[in-house]
Design a protein around this ligand. Structure first.
Ligand SMILES: Cc1cc2nc3c(=O)[nH]c(=O)nc-3n(C[C@H](O)[C@H](O)[C@H](O)COP(=O)(O)OP(=O)(O)OC[C@H]3O[C@@H](n4cnc5c(N)ncnc54)[C@H](O)[C@@H]3O)c2cc1C
Ligand code: SF4
Length: 505
């Protein structure tokens, strides 16, 4: 356990954070292999010892799924690695994913006490290390109940800990619960519900599970064997996954309820409907939504052409419009496909919503950033192919509703960025199919489902929702937090329905 004197010197300086090694940008930009390399044991132990083991760990409050962060870090510092796995997975079913893609700098690490004096403890990198250690040393841990014992006082300490349910009820067959969508929200809700003892089936419209983790986030940020392993873990808890089922079309919620006996649902269908800018020229050949561009490359593996015969047109110069994770991923994919990518962002780097680490990675890889550029029109040739993006220069004005300074276009400042491929990565909204098929589901003006903020319950009794279909936080961990809360609420709902006091299953 780290004593304060080890981390914070008498002069108030904190020991520097252990850097997460990354591959050389010149080498990594030629392939889709993972960019960031994890800590080795020595670096992980050293980083774990930077943790102060605070009595009031603010980091836990900053974690939407309530991981016992000092608990798993302490186990790590004391080289009790299996215990670190158990503590982490008690609250987070997808640690290898979260350790790679969660924006820790705006959540747990932002409120880490060490950050008052220097760089916070690298909680995300430690989480990633624990998941990797598990993969290497406990391959059987891909399925639940891998032989770790729950300490006797655990239930008292954690109160609602789900691991205790898992251990008590493994093999139990409770009522059927349907989960629509296999993104991080759906996977988490399903895992938690299975741990309560319900019979859970995930219905996924694509041919593989994972949602954005599969079709959006590229392999160089999230290797598919990590995703596959964590999906297998969820299946190991007893969850069934039916792919190629579009709920609302292939089958309705009503049919699942009436004909197949599902008693409650979690809807985690995400926000996969891309927005365009509504400017002239967006129908030119060579203009993609980021959704289509990334799906072709990641899910349908266009980057492994001709092994996979997925066409995607990536020219010499690619302009990507936007400043979020989706824009960054599109630009870095284009760069890896041999194009010169330029990000067109209407604010400045300081306001970019993407993870800071990924902005740094992209720039290192040679992605160009044009700040304060507001696209006004796509420029095409006589054959209908895109040839560039006309932009207006902007300056920053007063903050808008997001708290970021608003870009104000400057009249007469137009300029053209040449491009033969353009990717529009500005925003997305929920797919309206399910709400249309189930008109009793009330929606907001932005198409998201109206839900109770505490429980995730929708306007239809027994139907709960979370993740991007219900909230606009737009992060993996926020979707997971929603899934976890909704699973607890579904458990309560089903217990109520079956008569108070009855233990489900
Ligand atoms: C390119 C990209 C990069 C991102 N990078 C990050 C990042 O680094 N860090 C971060 O925290 N967040 C990131 N995000 C945001 C994050 O991925 C999302 O907020 C998160 O995935 C939302 O999870 P979800 O469970 O709500 O749904 P999703 O992940 O969107 O999954 C929804 C699933 O439901 C399925 N589905 C939809 N309709 C139906 C239906 N009717 N029937 C059956 N199945 C259906 C879809 O096929 C999909 O698989 C990124 C997003 C994108 C697009
Ligand atoms: S706030 Fe930071 S130092 Fe304190 S327990 Fe959490 S990770 Fe450790």
């Amino acid at each position: 356990m780290a004593k304060e004197s080890e981390t914070v010197s008498k002069k108030g300086k904190v020991a520097p954070r252990n850097p997460l090694p990354r591959r050389d940008p010149k080498e990594r930009v030629r392939d889709f292999e993972e960019v960031a390399l994890g800590f080795d044991e020595e670096a992980a132990r050293a980083e774990a010892r930077r943790c102060l083991q605070c009595k009031r760990p603010t980091c836990v409050e900053g974690c939407p799924v309530g991981v016992d962060i000092p608990g798993f870090i302490l186990a790590l510092a004391e080289e009790r690695f299996a215990e670190a796995v158990r503590v982490l997975k008690d609250r987070n079913n997808l640690p290898g994913i979260c350790g790679r893609v969660c924006p820790q700098e705006t959540q747990c690490e932002k409120v880490c006490v060490v950050s008052r004096r220097g760089e916070p403890v690298a909680i995300g990198a430690l989480e990633r290390f624990v998941a990797a250690w598990e993969g290497e040393h406990m391959p059987e841990a891909g399925v639940p109940g891998f032989g770790t014992e729950v300490p006797k006082d655990r239930d008292k300490r954690a109160g609602d800990t789900l691991l205790s349910y898992e251990l008590k009820h493994r093999g139990a067959r409770g009522p059927k619960v349907g989960v629509i969508g296999s993104g991080p929200g759906g996977l988490t809700a399903a895992a938690e519900l299975a741990r309560y003892g319900y019979r859970v089936t995930i219905f996924e419209s694509l041919h593989a599970a994972g949602g954005v983790l599969r079709y959006g986030i590229p392999e160089f940020r999230l290797p598919r064997e990590i995703l596959d392993r964590e999906v297998e873990y969820v299946k190991g808890l007893g969850v069934e996954i039916e792919t190629d089922v579009l709920v609302g079309k292939t089958v309705t919620l009503e049919e699942l309820r009436e004909e197949e006996g599902f008693e409650a649902f979690f809807v985690g269908t995400g926000a996969g409907l891309p927005w365009f800018l509504g400017i002239p020229g967006e129908n030119l050949a060579g203009v993609y939504s980021a959704n289509e561009f990334l799906t072709r490359i990641n899910l349908m593996k266009a980057y492994r052409f001709p092994e996979y015969r997925t066409p995607v047109r990536v020219g010499k110069r690619t302009a990507v419009i936007g400043g979020g994770n989706t824009a960054l991923d599109s630009a870095r994919c284009a760069q890896r496909m041999g194009s010169e990518a330029t990000l067109l962002y209407r604010r400045t780097r300081a306001e970019m919503p993407a993870r800071a680490e990924e902005v740094e990675n992209a720039l290192e890889e040679g992605v160009a950033l044009k700040e304060l550029a507001v696209p006004v029109r796509m420029v095409g040739d006589e054959e209908g192919h895109v040839r560039g993006v006309e932009c207006q220069r902007a300056e920053l004005g007063e903050p808008d509703a997001s708290g970021r300074r608003r870009p104000v276009p400057i009249e007469g400042s137009e300029f053209v960025v040449e491009a033969d491929t353009v990717v529009v990565a500005v925003s997305t909204s929920p797919n309206p199919l399910l709400p249309k098929a189930e008109p009793r589901l009330r929606t907001r003006s932005d198409g998201r489902l109206v839900v109770d903020p505490e429980t995730g319950e929708t306007s239809v009794p027994g139907v709960f929702a979370g993740g991007d279909i219900a909230n606009d936080a737009g992060t993996v961990i926020a979707a997971m937090g929603d899934g976890k809360r909704a699973a607890a609420a579904i458990h309560e709902y089903l217990q109520r329905k079956r008569g108070s006091g009855s233990q489900v299953p």
